[in-house]
Design a protein around this ligand. Structure first.
Ligand code: AMP
Length: 194
């Protein structure tokens, strides 16, 4: 079973993909985390993308697709994966569909966590307070930029996945536990068809 989690920055995709990993044993694949690891370790890729990520902009589709195309073929992905933060625009989604055909894999669910932008600001401010230091891309102006990019580039993925009947929307304003239950209900109910 392979899943895409869709949602704006701060909508809770990271938290929920950890819970899906725990409950269903699917590997959590976060392109943002992979990129941040590369930046921390100052790899060639990390140095190349640091500025872009700090500004809250998107890393190029080619780089992201290279990362994904290698990662989903690794052994631990055989049982299934949860994508958190990929795809993020229509080009990534269509190229990813081509990859899936080539690798004889498929996506079973696209789960959207919908959250109001006011709520997102509060969450991301809290994330910064709790961790004692804000991620460079969590600062207010940068966050506004990231939300604008989300609206323009990522939200069009909703109609894209609705067309293939993969899309499920969950109210991301509920508690972590309630959202997790909603996700479990969708996955449990449908997993026998997958
Ligand atoms: P995230 O942790 O998913 O919010 O990602 C953090 C940052 O990594 C984003 O703001 C982008 O700069 C970059 N990034 C992660 N995933 C992608 C993607 N699929 N396409 C382009 N850039 C990405």
């Amino acid at each position: 079973m392979n899943i895409i989690l869709l949602g704006a920055p701060g909508s809770g995709k990271g938290t929920q993909s950890v819970l899906i990993n725990k409950n269903f044993g699917l590997v959590q694949l976060s392109t943002g985390e992979i990129i941040r690891e590369n930046i921390e370790k100052k790899t060639k890729l990390g140095l190349q993308v640091q500025n872009i990520v700090d500004k809250g902009e998107f890393v190029s589709d080619d780089i992201i697709l290279d990362i994904i195309s290698v990662r989903i073929l690794e052994d631990d992905c055989k049982k299934g994966f949860v994508l958190d933060g990929f795809p993020r625009n229509l080009n990534q989604a269509t190229k990813f569909d081509e990859l899936l055909i080539k690798y004889k894999k498929k996506i079973d669910f696209v789960i959207e966590l919908s959250v109001s932008f006011d709520d997102l600001y509060k969450r991301i401010e809290n994330r910064a307070i709790e961790s004692n230091e804000a991620r460079a891309d969590d600062k207010k102006e940068i966050l506004e930029n990231r939300l604008k990019i989300y609206e323009n580039q990522t939200r069009p993925l909703v109609p894209y996945y609705k067309k293939s009947n993969l899309h499920y929307e969950i109210n991301g304003m509920k508690t972590v536990k309630e959202i997790s239950n909603d996700i479990n209900n969708i996955l449990d109910f449908k997993k026998n068809d997958v």
